[in-house]
Ligand binder design. Sequence first.
Ligand SMILES: *Cc1c(COP(=O)(O)O)cnc(C)c1O
Length: 318
Amino acid sequence: MSPARVPLILRPTPLHRLDRASAVLGVDLWIKRDDLTGFALGGNKGRKLEFLVADWMRRGVEVVVSCGAAHSNFLRQLAAACQIAGIRCEAAVMVTPFDQTAGKPEFDAPGRSGNWLLTDQLGAHLHFYPDDDWEVLYGHMETLAQMRREAGERVEVVPVGGSSALGAFAFVEAAEELTETFDQIFFASSSGSTQVGLATYFAGKGTEVLGIACDPEPEIAGDFAAISSELHTFNPDLPALRAEDFHLDFGYVGDGYGVPSHAGTEANEWLVRHEGIFLDPIYTAKAFAALLDRARKGKLANKVLFWHTGGIPSLFNA
Ligand SMILES: *Cc1c(COP(=O)(O)O)cnc(C)c1O
């Protein structure tokens, strides 16, 4: 049984073969177009938000408090979903939050353009803090939420990227849209709902679900296992996966989260010039760089799906 939903996206998103790319790479390459979800300029977060928003409305949530980078695709789509639901949206943001262990990357961060501009237009209230570690950002989010609670409002704290059991469930359902079977599925992986959902659906089915990490934090596999365990509690028919069940490649993060990589820039140019399809510099270009690299090394399976998760506004970061 499916949880309650507020319809936001156009489904199924298109699934089509990349004929020219397939011919050049010598593989059977397909693409799933979640860049074309049709909601607030597209992207994978619309899928999660359909279930999240329905849940918030049912519980009478008045204000949603989240966090992320100023250029977050999630905050853009969250802001739009909140407007549709009549819920206020506030977020703790840093221009480029980073992982303390990996260190702060050298990066000339873009200003109020791309997603940041759109999230402002969508009416979200962004509270800015100086760049720091993600844990510090989560702390600011909690403080904001506490202030709203003390003001007597019904507050929902939404984890970064909207990853949760409901978020992951959206991708179990998304996998059911595929009308072809594949040996391998490539996609950009970050907060985890996409990978948890797809890995859950394909568990034991012989399709490799390969997340290309966009954060330099190997411990995210543990976070994915925690989301999976919540998903299993929510729907006991779905298997609980362990950290080691998640196939993640950390080889394409580049200098850090939110920082474009050379290989990614090249991958975007390659796909644009072979298929007229754009990738974003933060997520999908890094994932497609991994696919191209394996294709060139002859390490790609025969029939491969690239799941395009969106992020197009970041092409306009200036
Ligand atoms: C959020 C996002 C991802 C990662 O999805 P998760 O479910 O958070 O792992 C990948 N690509 C784009 C464009 C995104 O915005």
